[in-house]
Design a protein around this ligand. Structure first.
Ligand SMILES: Nc1ncnc2c1ncn2[C@@H]1O[C@H](COP(=O)(O)OP(=O)(O)OP(=O)(O)O)[C@@H](O)[C@H]1O
Length: 271
């Protein structure tokens, strides 16, 4: 599926292709021409069955594809600049800075030997020119914004002292402390209790709308998509099957695969 580049998109993924090299040296394509755009200040969901290429696409936006992945074509236009054309340096310049990633396993992403405050302050100072005291204040404010109770005490604690939901809030704070323009969220609430998932999604929606962020949410949960997202990209087998506004997708899906996906999700809900 091809898309016209829309004026004003923060990110355009254009005919992005790639795969993994097998023992015979041949590349087996798992992304077979992915194209979609992210409108500014909009939350876009990327949905699709397991193995459809959602995570690989998301990781590629940050230039952190898994070892063995080979790009065979396509462009990644961030704010008009083709990140691939500039090589690894282009990705290094924007990663963690203008583009942040939150993924599923928050505690695995935190370093167990440093306090949470120490890690957040380090990230803050790596991306913003702030003195230690100023960075501490920014981190404290951010922990409040992600609704961590008693943030000053929490800053002195280690990751193992945080529950899964609280650790995910810390990851959100870490992603936001550099004031990114684009936030990529890869299954950010999978593995958490249902009520905590809902809390985190509420928080995300509030942060996104209050800060004008552009965000891309990879998820299996169509219920979450219906409640939170404005745009939806449906992927299957390394291709984009449908791009629609959330309203269009749920009321008048155009693609047969989208209709199957919606029907399967309703079956799960009905159980
Ligand atoms: N490191 C790897 N080595 C080989 N193949 C891989 C690797 N990572 C992903 N793949 C393959 O690439 C394809 C796309 O994977 P990807 O993780 O992007 O799917 P996904 O849509 O995010 O799935 P899920 O919803 O299960 O996370 C799959 O067929 C997967 O098996």
């Amino acid at each position: 599926m091809s898309v016209a580049l829309a004026e004003g998109n923060l990110l355009d993924v254009v005919d992005y292709r790639g795969g993994f090299r097998g023992p015979d040296g041949e590349v087996t394509e798992v992304l077979a021409g992915v194209s979609f755009g992210l409108r500014r200040s909009t939350l876009t969901a990327v949905v699709g069955e397991t193995g459809s290429g959602k995570s690989l696409t998301a990781l590629s936006v940050l230039g952190v594809q898994p070892r063995g992945f080979v790009r065979t074509g396509g462009r990644m236009l961030f704010d008009g600049e083709d990140l691939f054309a500039g090589g690894p340096r282009s990705f290094e310049r924007v990663r963690g800075n203008r583009i942040s990633l939150v993924f599923q396993d928050a505690r695995a992403a935190l370093n167990p030997v440093f306090t949470v405050g120490h890690q957040l302050i380090d990230v803050c100072r790596a991306h913003r020119r702030l003195g230690r005291k100023e960075a501490e204040q920014v981190v404290l404010d951010m922990l409040e914004r992600v609704r961590i109770p008693d943030p000053l005490r929490r800053m002195r604690q280690y990751p193992h002292e945080f529950s899964g939901g609280m650790a995910q809030r810390v990851m959100l704070a870490m992603a936001l402390v550099s004031e990114p323009e684009l936030l990529v969220l890869d299954e950010p609430t999978t593995g958490l209790d249902v009520t905590i998932q809902a809390d985190i999604m509420d928080l995300l929606v509030e942060l996104i709308s209050s800060s004008g962020l552009t965000a891309c949410l990879i998820t299996h949960d169509l219920g979450v998509v219906a409640q939170t997202c404005q745009d939806v990209v449906v992927m299957r087998s390394g291709t984009v099957r449908e791009i629609a506004t959330c309203e269009e997708l749920f009321t008048a899906p155009r693609d047969e695969y989208t209709r199957d996906l919606l029907a399967a999700s309703r079956l799960v809900e009905a159980r």
